[in-house]
Design a protein around this ligand. Structure first.
Ligand code: CO8
Length: 257
């Protein structure tokens, strides 16, 4: 399938989705969201793909929802067409998604990065929720995911002032997993994605589900959930293979990838 606003590549079992609207700093319009939804849904159901990288350009991961598309919308239109309702494909994906962020990740762009499972950032990355400066507020999870990632003080500071946070601050605050030199960002993101995609898929999906459970439930419930998921993995061939390979000092040959 050919897309107009995104590009896709395959790197073995890792897939790459590159947002590609350079004329608008990758602003997220309906067409881009629909194409992203379509590409991700394909990768979700493709057994040859184990992990996805989502990236933008060197200048911008995404500078937010498309302001030109939004400006004339009224409440009834937004409600009836479920405006931006298709955004959460990224958040609902079962396979891991890594955001590789260079340049601006603002508004909906920052929210999109936060829907991914973790963020690798280049030294040029800038994160922010500048919606307040447009007379609105974050609408795709910004007030919730940012607060969980960086805590109340910094989330309030960013959402109320609309200021940007650079990569170093974002890493210190816990929003970003690792900061890399610009030239290393994409190679490292793809390598990381391939590394995850080489693991046993039931273990990968279970880890993702269990870590996400930490944000939805109490500690005791989360720990119970984790133990059940851990027990369940003993029903897989890959558990036998992974442990045998360790004892026999050889690389594992996982079946369920
Ligand atoms: N929407 C539409 N067009 C944009 C956007 C955007 N968000 N951001 C940049 N562009 C366009 C500019 O209009 C410009 O187009 P043109 O050349 O035709 O004038 C082009 O991209 C280049 O932009 P600039 O000339 O402004 O580039 P600069 O390097 O001078 O500045 C900035 C870069 C600082 C990133 C600046 O472009 C900027 O402030 N952009 C807007 C950032 C913003 O406010 N983002 C939040 C948008 S609202 C939002 O995301 C709400 C999300 C709500 C929910 C989402 C739902 C799911």
């Amino acid at each position: 399938m050919t897309f107009k606003t995104i590009e896709i590549e395959r790197h073995g079992r890792a897939a790459l989705i590159r947002l590609n609207r350079p004329e608008a700093l990758n602003a997220l319009n309906s067409e881009l969201i629909a194409e992203l939804d379509s590409a991700l849904s394909d990768f979700e159901s493709d057994p040859e793909i184990g992990c996805v990288v989502l990236t933008g350009s060197e200048k911008a991961f995404a500078a937010g929802a498309d302001i030109k598309e939004m400006r004339d919308k009224n409440f009834a239109e937004a409600l009836l067409e479920n405006f931006l309702g298709r955004w959460d494909t990224v958040a609902r994906a079962r396979k891991p998604i890594i955001a590789a962020v260079s340049g601006f990740a603002l508004g909906g762009g920052c929210e999109l990065a936060m829907m991914c499972d973790f963020i690798l950032a280049s030294e040029s990355a800038q994160f922010g929720q500048p919606e307040i400066k447009l007379g609105v507020m974050p609408g795709a999870g910004g007030t919730q995911r940012l607060t969980r990632a960086v805590g109340k003080a910094k989330a309030m500071d960013l959402c109320l002032t609309g200021r940007m946070m650079d990569a170093q601050e974002a890493e210190r605050a816990g929003l970003v997993a690792r900061v890399l030199p610009a030239a290393e960002l994409l190679p490292e993101a793809i390598k990381t994605s391939q590394r995850i995609a080489a693991m046993s898929a039931p273990a990968v999906l279970s880890v993702k589900e269990a870590v996400n459970r930490a944000f939805e439930t109490s500690l005791a419930e989360g720990v119970r959930f984790e133990r059940r998921a851990f027990h369940a993995l003993f029903a897989t061939h890959d558990q036998k293979e992974g442990m045998a390979a360790f004892i026999e000092k050889r690389p594992p040959q996982f079946q369920n990838r």
